[in-house]
Design a binder for this molecule. Structure first.
Ligand SMILES: [Zn+2]
Length: 177
């Protein structure tokens, strides 16, 4: 995916205060300073130590989303969360997993350090996370937000998810699809 390859330009990467690695995961987020900042608890993926960062809301306000028709709208966490919630409707996924998923996606977006991000790229980031979390939610999300145009595209996605989650069938067994 091209999103990974780009280096952050504007946003300074979060560095672990212990080992200075910039690869970490967010384990908890809550608003602080009367809603003007987000306090994030992080765990370094390199040394496993935990640390806290504060992010100011202006950082979010600077990001624009470029829609498919070329229109630009300010990034909106609530919109992102509601798309994820719809895909996960009635699925056995704990609410905190959804918050974590939105955090992870948001984190990747800000790490890009871009002022504008195409909505399709955000969709891809969400889809990537959902794929790991819940196959049904992933397929729902893909059919609504990704460019799945017809039943063949959708079946292709279903097949890929199945292949990724199942051991390969014995050699003498034919393919079901
Ligand atoms: Zn570290």
């Amino acid at each position: 995916m091209t999103l990974r390859a780009r280096q952050p330009i504007l946003a300074a990467p979060m560095r672990c205060p212990y080992c200075h690695d910039n690869d970490d995961k967010v384990i908890d987020s809550r608003s602080s300073d009367g809603g003007k900042a987000i306090r994030r608890r992080r765990q370094c993926n390199a040394c496993s130590k935990r640390f806290t960062t504060y992010e100011h809301i202006e950082r979010q306000a600077r990001l624009n989303v470029v829609k498919r028709d070329g229109a630009r709208v300010p990034y909106d966490r609530e919109k992102l969360a509601s798309g994820v919630q719809k895909a996960c409707y009635k699925r056995p996924i704990p609410a905190e997993e959804l918050v974590k998923l939105v955090d992870t996606v948001e984190e990747s977006l800000f790490r890009l350090g871009e002022r504008e991000v195409p909505s399709i790229d955000i969709g891809r980031l969400v889809a990537e996370q959902l794929k790991r979390l819940d196959q049904v939610a992933y397929i729902r999300f893909a059919s609504v937000y990704m460019q799945v145009r017809n039943i063949d595209d959708l079946l292709q996605e279903v097949r890929e998810v199945k292949d990724a989650h199942q051991p390969p069938p014995p050699k003498d067994q034919g393919n079901l699809f």
